[in-house]
Design a binder for this molecule. Structure first.
Ligand SMILES: [Zn+2]
Length: 274
């Protein structure tokens, strides 16, 4: 057993609560917690909560998750609870990217798509996605403007997460990319503008055909998944849910353009149970 707040193993028994549940105290951060760990003060068991989050990782609305839980687990949960569980527990899942970092390839794609977030001037906000040629999402960013500054932010984020600059980055024709790429990656990274039609370039003495189809295809999945969210009321929630999606996409989802999931859902459970 480790502390749920600071992960210290320096914990001692601290009596029982009125229901007889063992309580613990952390000698490092001096906080108290009980056996249920992060699931404390929830009416439903952790199995039900984990199942709800697992189901929500598919393109299923919280209302549909509610219906499935009723049929399979015989419990009546409100769709608002399911939403709140995702908000509370998604940050634990997002830790997966620190526990199991991915080796990204050196050919990247960057693309933007529209999403609905309340508060944007027009009804759209922009979701920026940087992905690699192995269909992994490297970084995301959500902004109200589609300009060079925001392109820089997402590219910088991708560089920090992967720990390197790509050899080639493929983007659509948005003007800001050229300057943003040069600023963030320097001159060694080759910036290629391509759309659906492949552009032939010579790289490392090899002829390569590059198009942005892969990025467009990767964007189809968030589109499907985001569709059931029906837009977001707040920017921070939009980012949280999309990061939750990225973890699903990179580690847990199975789909035709990708190999097998990188981790089993059991690993996610073990992270959450800690
Ligand atoms: Zn602690």
């Amino acid at each position: 057993m480790i502390c749920i707040y600071c992960s210290s193993s320096y914990i001692v028994l601290n009596g029982h609560d009125n229901k007889g549940v063992q309580r613990y105290k952390c000698n490092d951060c001096h906080r108290r917690f009980c056996e249920k760990g992060i699931f404390v003060r929830h009416r439903f068991s952790k199995e039900i909560i984990i199942n709800a989050i697992f189901l929500r990782s598919f393109p299923l609305s919280t209302r549909n998750v509610k219906r499935i839980l009723k049929k399979i687990e015989f419990v009546k949960v409100s769709h608002v609870s399911i939403y709140n569980w995702v908000v509370k527990f998604a940050p634990y899942l997002i830790k997966l990217s620190l526990i199991k970092p991915i080796n990204f390839s050196s050919i990247w794609h960057v693309d933007e798509k529209f999403i609905h977030v309340k508060g944007s001037k027009d009804p759209h906000a922009y979701l920026w996605i940087v992905s690699d040629s192995n269909s992994n999402i490297i970084a995301i960013h959500v902004s109200f403007e589609r300009d060079c500054n925001n392109a820089k932010i997402v590219l910088q984020k991708a560089k920090e997460i992967s720990g390197f600059s790509p050899e080639i980055i493929i983007s659509d024709g948005l003007k800001g990319y050229k300057r943003a790429c040069k600023k963030v990656f320097g001159r060694k990274t080759r910036h290629v503008i391509a759309h659906f039609e492949a552009v032939g370039i010579v790289h490392n003495k090899k002829l390569m055909k590059l198009s942005n189809n892969r990025a467009e295809r990767i964007n189809e999945f968030p589109a499907l998944w985001l569709h059931v969210c029906r837009g977001f009321k707040r920017l921070d929630r939009a980012i949280l849910f999309i990061e939750f999606f990225v973890i699903n996409y990179n580690y847990l989802m199975e789909h035709p353009s990708k190999e097998k999931p990188k981790v089993e859902w059991e690993m996610v459970e073990s992270i959450m149970r800690k």
